[in-house]
Design a binder for this molecule. Structure first.
Ligand code: HEC
Ligand code: HEC
Ligand code: HEC
Length: 428
């Protein structure tokens, strides 16, 4: 009897393994003969340029100081470092020998030309939603406009067995919903266009949605906010921490210019999303993104008008005459208030620190990053910078300013262990 059970269990296991092997197997695809110039339509190439910008391909596929698109950009994941690959048209070290079909399989199924599973540090779980036409256009752009560059691929730093690509097939089975975007007929065309862009090529959820222990975005916590490179990517839904509710217009303005008056500016990892990416999209697409995102948080905080909230924040923000008593307040007045001086009219370039998300989030990380390193010209609003205070202030002083702003400008609970957090972020 026991023998029978064991034999049947073994057969079942073999069948399952066989089925998995069939599922996991993908054939290699033919190389495109080198030297064959493929011809592409100019319009397709131009459309591809815009879509590739909106997918930040170049940001992730270019190492600091490296050739554009030639890979080796290190992506630090919870499991180890994965290096992006060379996707220039170089036939040996890049994707010059990849057919349009092989490229499409990589984008939509996360499988490379030789049939190996790609790691989800490459956000193919979002790109799978892209239409065939958009993927073909990106291919046309890369093959005709990106300069071929040779490179030597760095080895990923992943522990065994996580480095085994075959395991990725299991990960896909669990977490990836392959397939093109399907319109929701209940919603407007604009909403659908926004959803297509946000969930697909621009993959906002890759940073703004928390991940589970296996590194997959958690569907039930879509846009609840997450940590990336020790920054907080704030929630983009009803739990967003900003004092003033984001409207469709705020979202599209922020994504076009890198900041809005009633919110903050796009610093840290959000900088390239705007400046190397979304800014290329036509206004109609940015509006569609705004419409889709605003619909995610429509039901909250409809009471007060932005003008009232800003006025109340400004009133709270006036340093007291006795400011010399409190170290945080004294440092704020001398280091920050000359620019963040709470005038009646908040200026676009100088966010009011009471309404800015950085002072209101559950983690102080974004505020600390900005105090230490400022906001560079490639981040936030173009042509406007904030200097950093890394060498002028020590950890305890940065912590004192952060604690002061939190206490006097927001109704949120104090941040614990601020001093330690500042030193960890300084070292990061
Ligand atoms: C968030 C970072 C990131 C973004 C954004 C990104 N990629 Fe990648 N991509 C990667 C990583 C990392 C790999 C390597 C994965 C691996 O080795 O399994 C990769 C692999 C690829 C591959 C497979 C190449 C090969 O040699 O196997 C292709 C094709 C590709 N990316 C195209 C694109 C395109 C086109 C875009 C923009 C629409 C893009 N990627 C955006 C990180 C990114
Ligand atoms: C590479 C990671 C990354 C990607 C991709 C990304 N974001 Fe962000 N986002 C961030 C970080 C980090 C911040 C915080 C920046 C700051 O406060 O200066 C942020 C801030 C924001 C904010 C401001 C929120 C607030 O409360 O102040 C909005 C709005 C936003 N992102 C929208 C988007 C949208 C829409 C997309 C997709 C089109 C997107 N983000 C893609 C990392 C990312
Ligand atoms: C010289 C003027 C100046 C000083 C001094 C200054 N700031 Fe700023 N700050 C700015 C400007 C300008 C921006 C917007 C930058 C941009 O858009 O590129 C900004 C942005 C910010 C933001 C928004 C960041 C975000 O991600 O939304 C915060 C928070 C902030 N400053 C806090 C401070 C604090 C705290 C101090 C004092 C330690 C300080 N600033 C000192 C000019 C200044």
């Amino acid at each position: 009897m026991i023998k029978h059970i064991l034999v049947s269990a073994a057969i079942l296991a073999l069948l399952a393994a066989g089925a998995f092997a069939v599922y996991a197997y993908h054939p290699a695809m033919e190389e495109v003969a080198t030297g064959t110039q493929q011809a592409f339509d100019d319009d397709a190439v131009e459309r591809g340029r815009v879509i590739a910008a909106a997918g930040y391909c170049a940001s992730c596929h270019t190492a600091v100081g490296g050739e554009p698109w030639a890979g080796n950009y290190p992506m630090e994941t919870d499991f180890g470092t994965v290096y992006s690959t060379n996707i220039t048209p170089d036939p040996e070290s890049g994707i010059g020998a990849w057919s349009a079909q092989a490229f499409k399989r990589a984008m939509q199924d996360g499988v490379d030309r030789e049939g190996r599973h790609l790691f989800p540090a490459f956000p193919y779980n979002h790109f799978t939603l892209m239409s065939d036409q958009d993927v073909d256009d990106v291919y046309a752009y890369i093959m005709s406009e990106v300069a071929p560059a040779r490179s030597t691929q760095k080895d990923n730093e992943l522990p065994f067995p996580l480095d085994q690509r075959i395991l990725q097939a299991g990960w896909k089975l669990l977490f990836v919903d392959s397939g093109r975007y399907e319109k929701d007929p209940q919603q407007s065309d604009e909403w659908n266009r926004g959803a297509y862009l946000v969930e697909g090529v621009t993959h906002c959820g890759a940073c703004h949605t928390p991940r589970n222990a296996l590194g997959a975005e958690i569907d039930s916590e879509h846009f609840d906010g997450a940590t990336i490179d020790r920054w907080t990517a704030p929630a983009l839904n009803g739990s967003n921490a900003a004092a003033i509710r984001w409207t469709a217009r705020d979202f599209s303005e922020y994504l076009k210019h890198g900041g809005t008056r009633a919110h903050g500016v796009a610093a840290g990892p959000m900088g390239p999303v705007v400046h190397a990416g979304l800014r290329e999209l036509p206004d109609s697409d940015l509006q569609a993104i705004g419409t889709y995102l605003a619909a995610q948080n429509d039901d909250i905080r409809t009471g007060e008008e932005p003008a009232q909230i800003i006025a109340a924040s400004l009133a709270k923000g006036q340093p007291k005459k006795s400011y010399r008593q409190d170290q945080g307040e004294r440092l704020y007045v001398t280091a920050c208030a000359s620019c963040h001086y709470n005038s009646e009219q908040i200026e676009l370039g100088r966010p009011d620190l009471g309404v800015n998300s950085a002072t209101r989030l559950d983690q102080p990380d974004n505020l600390i990053h900005v105090i230490l390193d400022g906001v560079g010209n490639q981040e936030g609003l173009p042509g406007i910078v904030m200097p950093g205070f890394r060498s002028a202030l020590d950890d305890q002083e940065v912590a004192a300013i952060a604690a002061y702003l939190r206490r006097t400008r927001t109704d949120r609970t104090p941040w614990p262990d601020l001093g330690d957090t500042v030193s960890a972020i300084r070292a990061h």
